[in-house]
Design a protein around this ligand. Structure first.
Ligand code: ZN
Length: 108
């Protein structure tokens, strides 16, 4: 183990600081953006993969809707859906999601 490796709590601290900074920047950006520009962006990007631009497909799972890109394999969760999953009684909920999409790696 390297002596320079940050501890988990240091990692958490820097990740939280970075997230808070990005949230402030996004709020400032949204404040300066016209409503029409925000609506135009939503029209262009709604249900498109943020990584590759392919259409996202909705997969219902345990009370939420997973938005899945079957092109690059990315998975998107809407606001509050991660909280709903982490609050789930079954702590294996994330491995359940992985198993859910394992089939898309199998040749047809
Ligand atoms: Zn994608």
């Amino acid at each position: 183990m390297s002596l320079n490796k940050p501890s988990e709590s240091e990692d958490e601290y820097f990740a939280r600081e970075e997230a808070a900074k990005l949230q402030r920047q996004a709020a400032a950006q949204a404040q300066h953006m016209q409503k029409s520009e925000r609506e135009e962006r939503k029209k262009l990007h709604f249900m498109k993969c943020p990584k590759c631009g392919f259409d996202l497909r909705e997969v219902p799972y345990r009370g939420i809707t997973i938005d899945k890109c079957f092109e690059c394999g990315g998975i998107w969760l809407d606001d509050q859906e991660l909280e709903l999953l982490t609050g789930h009684k079954d702590h294996n909920v994330f491995s359940g999601i992985l198993k859910l999409f394992r089939a898309d790696k199998t040749p047809a």
